[in-house]
Design a protein around this ligand. Structure first.
Ligand code: HEM
Length: 258
C-alpha cells in the first residue's frame, strides 16, 4: 500500500487528503477522499470484482441444474424469487441482490474508466514505447473483454430475463425458464454470440482474479505461481460451465421445451 502511494506520488497522482482537508466532491468524507486516489480506485475495482466473480460462479453453477431436467431447473428459478419468504415478501431478496450487483457493476466500470484515464494522462511517450509487452496485452485484453461483457450483459438481460430480443412474438414464456433457454439457444447465431462472450469473460477473469488477489494483498512471491494457476483454472472452469448450456441445446442433448 505504502509502495503504491509512493509510486502514485511519483506519477503525480492524488493521495487521500488529511482528515478535514479533503477537496472536491463531498469534502471531509474519508470514502470520497480514498476514491480520489489510485489506490482507492483499485480497491473499489477489487472489492466489486470479488462480488461480481462470486455472482458469476453461483450463476454458472445454477445454470448447470438445467441438466437435471425442466422441473428442477424451473423450481430453482422459482426458489430465487421465493427465497427468504415469509420473512421477506416475494422476490425482495432477489431485488436486493440485483441492486448490489448493479451497484458493483457500475462502480467497477467507473473505476476502470478512471484508472485508464489516469494511466493515459500520466504516461510520457518514451515510457509508452518502453512498456513491457505483457502489461500492454493484459491491459488491452481487460479493456476489450470488459466492453464485450458490458454489451453481452445488456443483450442477455433483454434476451433471457425480459424476452425482448431473440424470440419470435409469443415464444418467450414467463413461467418456464427452461423453455426460454432451449428456445433461445436453438438459434445457432445466438449460441455462437454467447460462446464468444464467454470467451471474453474467461480472458477477463484470467487476469482479473489474479489482479484482484494482488490488490487485496492476498498475493506474495511464495504463493504467486499457485495463485496464477488458480486464477487461470477458475476462468477456464467458468468458461466451460457456461458454454455447456448453449452447446447442449445445439447438440440436442436437452429435453423438449417444457
Ligand atoms: C451461457 C451462459 C449463460 C446462460 C445460459 C445464462 C442464463 C440465464 C438465465 C436463464 C437467466 C434468467 C433467470 C431467471 O429469469 O430466473 C439469466 C439471468 C441473468 N444472467 Fe445469465 N446466463 C449466462 C451467462 C451470464 C453471464 C456471463 C452473466 C454475467 C456476467 C450473467 C448475468 C445474468 C444476470 C445479471 C441475470 C439477471 C438475473 C435477475 O435479475 O434475475 N449471465 N441468465
Amino acid at each position: 500500500m505504502t509502495q503504491q502511494l509512493i509510486s502514485d506520488r511519483a506519477m503525480g497522482l492524488k493521495e487521500p487528503a488529511p482528515a478535514g482537508k479533503s477537496r472536491g466532491l463531498w469534502p471531509g468524507n474519508p470514502a470520497a477522499a480514498l476514491w480520489r486516489t489510485t489506490v482507492g480506485k483499485k480497491a473499489v475495482m477489487a472489492v466489486t470484482g470479488a462480488i461480481l466473480v462470486g455472482f458469476v460462479i453461483a450463476h454458472m453453477a445454477g445454470n448447470l441444474k438445467i441438466f437435471l431436467g425442466a422441473k428442477p431447473f424451473n423450481d430453482y428459478a422459482l426458489f430465487l424469487r421465493t427465497v427468504g419468504e415469509p420473512l421477506f415478501p416475494y422476490s425482495v431478496l432477489l431485488w436486493i441482490a440485483r441492486a448490489v450487483l448493479l451497484t458493483s457493476a457500475i462502480l467497477h466500470i467507473w473505476a476502470a474508466v478512471e484508472l485508464t484515464r489516469i494511466n493515459w494522462a500520466a504516461r510520457p511517450r518514451s515510457y509508452a514505447v518502453k512498456r513491457s509487452r505483457a502489461t500492454t496485452a493484459a491491459a488491452l485484453t481487460m479493456r476489450y473483454s470488459g466492453v464485450l461483457l458490458a454489451v453481452f450483459i445488456v443483450y442477455h438481460l433483454l434476451h433471457l430475463t425480459l424476452g425482448a430480443v431473440g424470440f419470435a412474438p409469443g415464444a418467450f414464456s414467463h413461467d418456464s425458464v427452461y423453455h426460454n433457454v432451449v428456445t433461445g439457444f436453438s438459434a445457432w447465431f445466438v449460441s455462437v454470440f454467447y460462446i464468444l462472450a464467454m470467451g471474453g469473460l474467461c480472458l477477463h477473469l484470467d487476469h482479473g482474479i489474479w489482479s484482484m488477489l494482488e490488490t487485496l494483498g492476498l498475493n506474495n512471491t511464495r504463493i504467486s505461481r499457485g495463485l496464477r494457476l488458480l486464477s487461470r483454472l477458475g476462468a477456464l472452469l467458468v468458461f466451460l460451465g457456461f458454454i455447456a448450456v448453449p452447446i447442449a441445446v445445439l447438440a440436442g442433448w436437452l429435453g423438449p421445451k417444457e
